[in-house]
Design a protein around this ligand. Sequence first.
Ligand SMILES: [Zn+2]
Length: 480
Amino acid sequence: MRFATLGLFHEANTFSPFKADKRLFEDGGVFRGDEIIAEYDGSATPIGGYLEECRRRGAELVPLLQANVTPVGAITEDAFESLVGEMLEQLRDRGPWDGVLLNIHGAAVAEHIPDADGEIAARVRQIVGPDVPVGAVLDMHANVSEKLVEALTITLVYQTNPHVDAREKAVACTKLVLATAEGTIKPEQALVQLPLVVNIARQDTSEPPMSELVEKAQQLENGLLSVSVVEGFPYADVPQMGMSCIAISDGDAQQAEAAAQELADEVWRRRGELQARGTTVDEALDIAEREQGPVVLLDVGDNIGGGAPGDSTVILEAAIARGGRSLVQTLWDAESVRQCGEAGVGATVTLEVGTRNVPVTGVVKALSDGRFEEPKPTHGGYRFFDMGPAAVIETDAGHTLVLSTKAILNSSLQQLLSVGVDPSSFQIVVAKGVNSPRAAYGPIAKRMIVVDTDGVTAMGLERFTYQHRRKPMFPFETGQ
Ligand SMILES: [Zn+2]
């Protein structure tokens, strides 16, 4: 058996002013051929799982091209067509294949193609023809379209958020694609799209209602090949935005339909519980100041994993105004990193940090190339990280800022530990995310608080103007 793996991995926040252009893809990582093996082999990512299971089964997995970008706005037409064009040319030229294992997110949007994942899968299908199995493991934040599921033979989805089962799902996907290629199963897929969004603060799969919906999906899996509940990604103004359910049976389309529908009915029944309101910045700081630390404040509006830039100082400013000390956070601010680098370790610098140019004075404690490695599987299973040149400053106000040249998720404690900052020694840790920091920061946090801050990933979806989503949808339109 000889399989191809390729993909473009992007979660698009269409409210972000930044487009995913070629430069941002280069920052995020474009890997070709064996570079893919070097980057992912042994990791807990989907490609790590594809490689592991193919090796175990003696199947050859040929790595073609993998392009990634940290969540940001829609992909430019130029970046999409050149990257997808290159990977599909390889797929065409180096075939025939017994199967294809795609590594796509499921919530990609291109400027000229609102359903970018559906388009990639459809183009792959066109090349390999109707009989070659094509499998994909989608992120739980996928906005799944009919077009995508129609083009794929096997659609699996992470069932954890934070995402710690990517490799496990990829192993399962590889098994199903292999069995299809061998002719031992005939997958039939069913998709039910729900006119419903789940609030970012209700997506943790270790707590109800999501824990119970995932459990329900697992129960329904009895006798089927797979059943998934998909959370979707609300910050994308596209028709396929929303929750969905997918079921796959062996040769029985009706059975798949019935399972997907039963799960969707249960999700719909619990739609009220999937909504949330957050804690204000002042309420959160009140709690953080009186409780034993570290208290991790999850900065919802500046959620890097959701497409925000990671440069907001809303919580920092409130802490400065209140005179609260012992706070640590990362901040995307290339210009301040440059100034710290020029001043050198031990120098006192005065900077204007973040998007709102907050004046701070402090001592440069460390400088770094910003590369670090996470030995344990955290959110998404990544192993190698690169935040670009970075600087640590300790301000007069008692705050420690880890300034980076690139915005990357706060999904590994090594981001701070690698530059000599121990987050567990602080009263307050600000994390730029809602779910992605939990696997890393949960173990050191005495408490985690979701803070309702402004930004392109704010909790309250009523702050955004949608033009292309379906209508009616819950909770936007009432009376459902
Ligand atoms: Zn996700």
